[in-house]
Design a protein around this ligand. Sequence first.
Ligand code: AGP
Length: 612
Amino acid sequence: MCGIVGYIGKQKSKRASEVLLEGLSKLEYRGYDSAGIAVLENDKIRVEKSVGRLAALREKIEENEPVGTQGIGHTRWATHGRPSDRNSHPHTDCSGDFVVVHNGIIENYLTLKEELIEQGHEFKSETDTEVVAHLLEEVYNGDFTASVREVLRRIEGSYALVFMSSKHPGMLICAKQDNPLIIGLGEGENFIASDIPAIIAHTRRNYILGDGELAVVTADSVAITNRAGEPVQKKVFEVSWNAEAAEKGGYEHFMLKEIHEQPKAVRDTLSQRIAKDGTCIRMEELKWSREYLEQFTKIYIVACGTAYHAGLVGKYYIEKLARVNVEVDVASEFRYRDPIVDKHTLFIAVSQSGETSDTLAAMKESKRLGATTLALTNVVASSIAREADNVLYTWAGPEIAVASTKAYTTQIVLFFMLALYMAELKGTLPSERVAELVRELKNVPAQISETLSDVEPIKTFAKQYGFNEDVFYIGRGLDYSVSLEGALKLKEVSYIHAEAYAAGELKHGTLALITEGIPVIALATQKTVYEKTLSNIKEVKARDAVVIGIASADDEELEKYVDHVMKVPETDELLLPILTVVPLQLLAYYAAITRGTDVDKPRNLAKSVTVE
Ligand code: AGP
């Protein structure tokens, strides 16, 4: 997720560059790979940007800091185009009269870029954002606001955009769709930001822009209109948070914020990968063919921790939909078991950070043995991304909490789309089934929101069972894979000993540990093994365990056999892991709150394990 700051004032003593750099520094916690500012200096737009940390940008301009009272700034979390000076924002048009910063994804940028190149525009970067600057130059008719509105009409996708033009000093224009943008209200000055921490030092009074709204901001005025150009009256939002709370968007912890970011993270990961007619999957990043795919006789999915659990779900999807043999392994084991790898092997590395040493080393070993490699990662140009032959990015935005949540759900979504894509290439699924699954997939972000809409029952369970020292998770098939993730979440943030078991395995030993009052979280969403799971639930109930069932909304049976039920919206059972993991994430979070642990930074753990 990129950081945006805009400033417009009129006191010569208050330099826009200072306000911008200070504001961007308040957004550093979100993670970024480059930064830049544009200031209107002597009626010319001056852009200064640099890959790397903000300190590099400060160093670059310290001898000759831009002078001016209006400007825009940006910290980039790369999605399209690797981190580099030229890919950093802000981006200008050919003339240098227009400049823009952007957060989001312009889905039709390739088409627009081709058209603009034909019209003579010369591009300097690989980004989707630069297209917006050149499009503005192309449609500009003397009226800045109307021209920006025409740009917004032509672009598709999600955006928080801030524009500045040397032809129109004294004003900034910003617009929002699916990405946050606020306008901070000052005295004789106004601010624009992607979120509150950037400007809280200057003002606590803000307008929150809504989707489709555009604002024309001067030092003394803010005029907001909707998509139709009609004026919108906004209530002032008074920020009561302190600066630290503001970084978490008002949530108490990054983990909770990131759990609630999952609808958007999944929506962004889906965007551009579902064909326009909604009937199939497009993988622009891969461009595989049936012949290319058929060279692989074995697929390995190799990862650590939560990424490994996502790989277990990925195995299920690829084998079920694309009918290719898949083996999943933890990276630290894979490397040392003399794996059978050759040129007919596809090695898939899964890693949120893209820096996990075990996973990186396993991938390098596979490449040495002749495998083709594919990385599923959340960090553009990370070590694993750079080492892989192919890369698919989850667009979850920065994940700050040590406990991985939105990375897991977006990894599963990416695996589902990869499996569908492979199935289409191999012809292992009729196109009607593909289209049906794609339709269901598109509903998932809203279904995650629905699942997140009532957390009270989960808070109650967390209070009730948060002081137990042992908790068990059971399930079969996909439910077992999700059980493993649920147990890891609970362990790592609440320090409760949690164990996940294949429900059918209980009677082979673990049942000896099930005694009166032991909480057992039973996932029972997979219809093909439902009756079997029910019998395992009866086994633990017969030993007086307390059973919390996780079921699909259409299940009216389970509540007869368990103590509590948490339901998730009905969808194709293949997609249920994306939903059933959410109550387990919340359960782990609230159990940690009950026990007073350090939720975002649990003891002994690191966000990125760069040691073997
Ligand atoms: C997840 O909650 C854990 N913090 C941890 O297991 C993590 O998933 C693992 O270290 C892998 O990290 P990666 O996805 O960045 O490679």
